[in-house]
Design a protein around this ligand. Structure first.
Ligand SMILES: [Zn+2]
Length: 405
């Protein structure tokens, strides 16, 4: 497989000026050369062979790196309650998840980080995708979330208490094939009756997990809303804070000192009701969580401003599947739209959803930008996302590893 994509406006993910009239030479799964049409034929192709090279004309289109969703739950559909999903036969969950994988890819998301799976179905999906049996994004997976007994999402979690059990729980996930470990460090809105400000793991318990995960080369991600939970996670050496709603000045400084990342999730608490009206089940869930969500949306504006002023490294994810208000649709486009609503430029939002997220997944050597040597994971748009970030939904084509999907 070898071709040159020509004529598009290239937004390469690094945040610099777009290249108008760009050319991208793809060789096998990877990008061999990126430059301007003025410099064709590419130096990677001998001039004598240039005439035979397949050229794909993308004039009038925009070319971006494939999007990366740094926080997703691929085994849950995000439109029914988790309790309803858990009553389904495993096969039903598998088949629905196969469809979710395809849909995620078709929406321009070529890589995901799943931070809470179900019965290790996600591991089988990852392996099936890697072997070419089904279509779907590249995956980094946490396996089951680890929570305290009765903690956030305990109905899907590996419950563990005390350092020894926490170590064992983390090692179980890694044994099953986890690429990272996910902790629940505070309450969450998706679990009825919880206080999102309450810390749910001690510094000792968190440290036990980070120690064994880091020994095995895995990062640790922690669900945190309340400030106390973020503080415990920073004292315990956690790598990524998920949500981070009630970040304050002190915990922001701790994150900077630790080099920790804040993975924002904006859409799950602020659903796209205009494009996707709620079903009765979703309506009931929305009513129950309304006060928490309204407060959270207000809070997160300040949190984003604080994180940016401190220079905290930002990632972004949809939390699609994480609750009944977070279906798998144009969820990543929605996330970047909400970043722009929170005063980031469209270019900054795109860089966070591509280059930054690749760093969060430890995959920046292979994906995240359109550069020579990286996988040809590409998103082609019919309209300019810098003029209107909602144009991320105007998809003309998606390429994964050089292949059009
Ligand atoms: Zn989640």
């Amino acid at each position: 497989m070898e071709y040159v994509l020509t004529g598009a406006t290239l937004i390469d993910g690094n945040g610099g000026e777009p290249i108008v009239n760009a050319a991208v030479h793809v060789q096998g799964e990877r990008i061999a050369w990126v430059g301007s049409m003025a410099d064709l034929p590419p130096p990677t192709i001998p001039a004598s062979q240039w005439g035979d090279m397949e050229q794909i004309d993308l004039s009038g289109k925009w070319l971006l790196p494939g999007l990366i969703d740094a926080h997703i739950h691929i085994c849950y559909n995000g439109s029914e309650s988790v309790f309803a999903l858990l009553e389904k036969h495993r096969d039903e969950l598998v088949l629905e998840a196969v469809d979710i994988c395809k849909r995620t890819l078709s929406h321009g998301v070529t890589t995901i980080r799943d931070v809470g799976g179900e019965q290790f179905i996600e591991m089988s999906l990852r392996d099936a995708i890697n072997r070419g049996f089904i279509e779907g994004p590249r995956m980094k997976l946490s396996g089951r979330v680890i929570s305290m007994t009765g903690g956030h999402a305990h109905f899907i979690a590996r419950e563990a208490d005390g350092s020894d059990e926490m170590r064992k729980a983390a090692r179980e996930q890694i044994k099953a094939g986890a690429d990272l470990v996910k902790l629940m460090a505070t309450g969450g809105t998706a679990t009825p009756g919880q206080d999102i400000h309450a810390s749910q793991l001690t510094v000792e318990e968190i440290s036990a997990v980070t120690e064994v995960a880091h020994m095995m080369g895995r990062k640790v991600a922690a669900h945190c809303h309340g400030t106390g939970g973020i503080r415990n996670c920073m004292l315990g050496g956690v790598d990524t804070i998920e949500h981070g709603t009630y970040l304050d000045d002190e915990t922001a400084d701790m994150m900077v000192a630790n080099g920790a990342t804040l993975v924002l999730t904006l859409g799950a608490g602020n659903p796209d009701l205009e494009s996707y009206p709620l079903s009765p089940v979703q309506q009931a869930d929305a009513e129950r969580r309304k006060p928490m969500i309204e407060q959270g949306v207000k809070q997160i504006r300040g949190t984003i401003a604080l994180a940016r002023s401190k220079g905290i490294f930002l990632g972004i994810g949809t939390d699609a599947g994480g609750n009944p208000l977070a279906p798998h649709n144009f969820s990543m486009a929605r996330e970047l739209e909400l970043l722009v609503d929170n005063d980031l430029t469209a270019m900054e939002a795109i860089s966070i959803g591509t280059r930054n997220n690749a760093v969060v997944l430890d995959m920046d050597a292979d994906i995240g930008t359109v550069e020579a040597g990286k996988y040809a994971d590409l998103l082609v748009l019919n309209a300019d996302p810098l003029a209107d970030i909602r144009n991320l939904r105007q998809i003309a084509a998606v390429y994964k590893g050089g292949e059009k999907v």
